[in-house]
Each structure stands twice: as structure tokens, then as C-alpha cells.
Design a protein around this ligand. Sequence first.
Ligand code: ZN
Length: 266
Amino acid sequence: MRKFVVILMAAILLPQFAMGWGRLGHRTIAEIAERNLTPKAKANIEKYTGGTPLWKYSLWVDEMRNHPDYKKPLYGLHASIADSDCTSPQIVRDRYRDGKDGVTAMYTFREQLKNYKELPDSVVLYAIKCITHIVADFNCPSHVRYVDNANKGDYPAIFNGKKVGVHRFWDTWLIESLQKDRNPQHYADRLNVLSKKEIKKITKGWAQEWFEDAARSCRPTLYWVDNLKIEKLDQKFIDKATPLVESQLQKAGYQMAEALNTIFGK
Ligand SMILES: [Zn+2]
């Protein structure tokens, strides 16, 4: 029985390894984005969403990843790749991921949605669902991939007395320990506090610049864990990881708003 439970738990937990942020992370980021939409972009987006809040779409790409109709178009969107200098030009994305990555997809959507008012509603809504996921994922420490280190983090560690994967520590465990009620609105209240000047700085450019910034910020974490032994992710580790993970949540939220404002603000 016990063995069965373990296998069942593994079956439930394992597919999430490749998904990017867990529920709380994705919903919080989309909530920050929603709060930073311009009135015009918000009104235009609501023509397609019918007023459904963005956080409700933020996990759609994960939920549909194995659906026969979406498996192929959604493939690869959960991560992006940088070289060891933390740059991610198209040549690197093409060579290592065949252009199937979040950053490349964001250029495709920007181009495709230039005349979004002429596109079928379903096409625009599909793009909104993808954008509310992708900008989050490429800011997630365990989903920043480097050509010289896959950093999938699927090696074990100990956190709060439990054996966890380092990958899921970044995706889920850490932020759930920081926002114990797991309420994305409450977490967004705490994180949506950057000044106009700070927001301007982190939203400059488009997906490549945003992802390269994430790659530079997250690169040191590759050396925080010795993956040859089962390390305890102790308070010292958490104190180092917290400002990074919360900064990535903020950047993702404001950049997601910037992407949607750029596309739908006209
Ligand atoms: Zn994902």
C-alpha cells in the first residue's frame, strides 16, 4: 500500500518538474501584470477574455501541454536558453532548442498580433493565454537554461525536513513558504510595490533583453548547490534565494504587463 502511495505521489508530482512556476508563482505574476495594464490594453484584452482575470489563464499552457491539439504548438515554451555569457540571440535559441523556447515565441506573438483586431477571436485569446504563461516561465530560476549547464535541477535536496528536488524548490516550495496562505492577490499586494523608475528599467526592451537579465540574475544559483550530494537547503540558503525569487516574480509581472500593453494598448 505504502509503495503504491509513493508511486502515485510520484506520478502526481513528476510531470510538474518541467512546468515552470507552480500555481502560486504563475497566478501571482499574472495578477501583478493585470494590475499594471493600461486602461486601454485592459479594455481591449477584456474583449477576448470577457473579463476573466488573467491569473485564471496563467496555468493554461501547463494544463494543455499534453492535449493532442496543443502538444505541438505549446512544446518548448516553458524554458529559454542562454549561452555562458548570459546572452540569448536567435542563433543560440535556434541551435540549442530549434527556436522552440519562450523568448522566440514572444517575438512570434508580437509580430502576429500587430493587427490583432483582424484576427479571429480564438487566435487572439490563445495568444493571451500563452503570453500570461511564457513571460513568467522564462523568469523562473529553474527554467533559465544555459548551454553549458542544463540546470534542470532534478537532483534531490532537503528542505523543511523533506526530500525535494531543487528544481521544485525554485518553482514551488520556496515561494509557498514565503506566502503561507498561498493567495496570489495577497502576494501581489506585497510584490507590486516597485517605483515607476524601477519598472521602466526592468521593462526596457522585449523578451530577449528580459530573459538575458533573468539569465544574469539566476546564473550564480548554478553554484549554490553541490549536486553530487544531498544538500540541506537551510536558512542561509533561503536567505540568499528569497530576494532573487521575489525579484524574478516582480520582473515577470511587470514585463508581462509591458508585453500586453505594447500589443493591446493600441
Ligand atoms: Zn510552464
